[in-house]
Write a protein that binds this ligand. Structure first.
Ligand code: GAL
Length: 347
């Protein structure tokens, strides 16, 4: 563990390293429980950092793109920035159009967690969100545990409890580029997602319905190069023209998703027990200065945010994000890495 920096109010922020015996290593900060670096073995046994991010705490404190962060109390969008629970109406911050995005004005991505290094490969981060924070009822106690597994995975286990009924939908917003952070766009990455359905959205990215992927650019059931999937040909209308920013409703298959960089041969399998997963392609990244002098542009990474369907509080027929007092929210997602030999002409 080492000091990462100091927040404006003087609180010290640390950086923790976790690793396995084959050299896979993650660096996690207690500021937003964010993944800062994730080194996996690439070609020629070299270590490749596959996560976008920054060198300094100051950049994370100013970040609006949720780099590497734990996102909550409710990730993604709550339409109308309000909801009803047990007969009461709760009004939240409108921090994107008419909606609440990623927990509100100051979400978990900007909170200082209390960290405990459990072993060389495990670090645990806790945050207690007070009753009423960002308008949500109930004191929510969240524990996020990061483990670098023997199978070269980074597993994230979430556990939360509340003292009053509330909403809870937590994810991680890491931006992956399997060619190495800052190298180039992920348009050449191969991707597959085990989903027969996705959430159709309106112009403000609010899910409206459950739609079949069949015959659409949302059909990623067989591996496709991102550029091929995201070709002008089959693209539905705005706002989809920017690139994928959609929630896929997962089938029960395992892994839920697979991504491969043809340059490094690094392959990532995503395993999760969450019902759905948002695929976002960094559509809003715009010349953002990052690690080692890199500049992150549109489509320079992709996020696979395992979650409960967005805006599910307004769709009682979808999996629920209501957390009752006395029950425990759990979710677990693992990003597991391996290296594939790419033969010429194979892709
Ligand atoms: C994603 C979301 C995008 C964008 C991004 C943060 O989870 O789906 O629309 O808000 O976070 O820039």
């Amino acid at each position: 563990m080492r000091v990462f920096g100091r927040l404006a109010d003087g609180r010290i922020v640390n950086l923790y390293t976790i690793q396995n015996e084959s050299g896979m290593r993650a660096e996690i900060t207690d500021f937003g429980a964010r993944i800062v670096r994730l080194f996996v073995t690439g070609r020629n046994e070299s270590q490749t950092d596959v996560i976008l991010g920054f060198e300094t705490l100051g950049e994370y404190a100013a970040d609006t793109s949720y780099q590497g962060a734990v996102v909550g109390r409710v990730c993604n969008r709550i339409s109308g920035a309000n909801f009803e629970l047990n007969g009461a109406t709760y009004r939240l911050a409108k921090n994107e159009n008419d909606s609440t995005l990623h927990g509100g004005n100051v979400g978990f991505d900007k909170r200082l967690f209390e960290a405990e290094q459990i072993s060389d490969s495990i670090v645990s981060m806790c945050y207690v969100s007070p009753d009423g924070e960002e308008g949500f009822p109930g004191k929510l106690e969240l524990r996020v545990t990061y483990t670098v597994t023997d199978e070269n995975g980074l597993r994230i286990d979430y556990q939360a409890q509340t003292d009053k009924d509330t909403l809870c939908n937590i994810t991680n917003h890491a931006y992956f580029n399997l060619s190495g952070a800052g190298s180039q766009s992920v348009m050449d990455h191969m991707i597959s997602i085990d989903a027969d359905h996705y959430n159709s959205v309106n112009d403000e990215y609010i899910p409206t319905d459950v739609a079949s992927v069949e015959g659409t650019v949302m059909d990623l059931r067989l591996p496709k190069a991102v550029c091929e999937a995201f070709s002008d040909a089959g693209l539905p209308k705005s706002p989809l023209v920017l690139g994928y920013d959609h929630n896929f409703i997962l089938n029960s298959g395992s892994p839920a998703a697979t991504v491969l960089s043809p340059r490094t041969g690094i392959e990532m399998h995503v395993f999760t027990d969450s019902p759905s997963m948002q695929l976002y392609m960094g559509n809003h990244l715009d010349n953002l200065p990052g690690k080692n002098g890199a500049v992150y542009g549109k489509h320079s990474a992709l996020c696979l945010e395992a979650q409960i369907h967005p805006d599910s509080i307004h769709h009682p027929e979808w999996p629920s994000c209501i957390l009752r007092a006395g029950s425990v929210f759990t979710a677990s997602t693992e990003y597991r890495f391996s290296r594939k030999q790419i033969l010429k002409g194979e892709l």
